[in-house]
Design a binder for this molecule. Structure first.
Ligand SMILES: Cc1ncc(COP(=O)(O)O)c(C=O)c1O
Length: 222
């Protein structure tokens, strides 16, 4: 019986891993197979229950299958699942008004993923740098702190100091990340003097500083 359990278990796991190139395996998964989930609980195909301390996923951590979220998804998907931004739809305006009032911002630009959000943040900072700050085209610097994690796109891994995220994927995007462009000195998390040194040397070209209030993924300190 135990053998059959383990066989099924490892078959499911090995299917997940064998169809994913090891080069692109982002994490080192624990030997647990998720089958269904609700709130903080996940259940494997054999019915074992686990408490999920990730609350689903790092950047999307509302827990599993919240009934209100699932109901809203199903209701909307049956009415209108997709509309091109070449048109308007009757929910985006309400969403934008709600979210900007809630967080106290002037505007919102929704994204599908965390990585896209950070990529867009870098683009906005650069454009602001050229249009408002007067940085000469192509010279804008976006500073980050070491041990950051913002996703896995080329722009974002260019900022990373984590070899697992970076190694083998260069060349990287210039003038983004936790390095002073002239001294190559690393900007450490929680070391304001490192940022000050970059600003003193290159302040007129700095378009943005990107930092997580709490570091995760590449920056855990155990
Ligand atoms: C802090 C942080 N930022 C950004 C991301 C990237 O989010 P996504 O996987 O949605 O692109 C993650 C994902 O794990 C994250 O933990």
């Amino acid at each position: 019986m135990t053998c059959a359990f383990f066989e099924a278990h490892y078959l499911l796991q090995s299917k997940s891993t064998s169809f994913c190139s090891p080069q692109f395996c982002s994490y080192h998964p624990l030997p647990v197979v998720f089958s269904t989930a609700q709130g903080i609980w996940v259940i494997d195909p054999e019915g074992r229950r686990y408490m999920d301390f990730l609350s689903a996923y790092s950047a999307v951590n509302q827990g599993h299958c919240h009934p209100e979220i699932v109901a809203a998804l199903c209701e909307q998907a049956q009415k209108l699942a997709l509309s091109s931004r070449a048109f308007y739809n009757d929910v985006f305006g309400r969403f934008a008004e709600y979210v900007t009032k809630y967080f106290g911002y002037d505007m919102v630009l929704p994204m599908n993923t965390g990585a896209e959000a950070v990529e867009t943040g870098i683009k906005l900072a650069r454009k602001w740098g050229y249009m408002r700050k007067g940085i000469p085209e192509g010279r804008a610097i976006v500073v980050a702190c070491m041990d950051n994690f913002h996703g896995r796109t080329i722009g974002i891994i260019s900022m990373s100091t984590d070899p697992d995220s970076r190694h083998g994927f260069g060349p990287y995007l210039p003038l983004v990340g936790p390095k002073c462009p002239s001294t190559e000195r690393t900007v450490r998390y929680n070391h304001v003097e490192d940022l000050e040194a970059v600003l003193e040397a290159h302040g007129e070209f700095v378009a943005g500083f990107l930092v997580e209030p709490i570091q995760g993924e590449a920056g855990y300190v155990f």
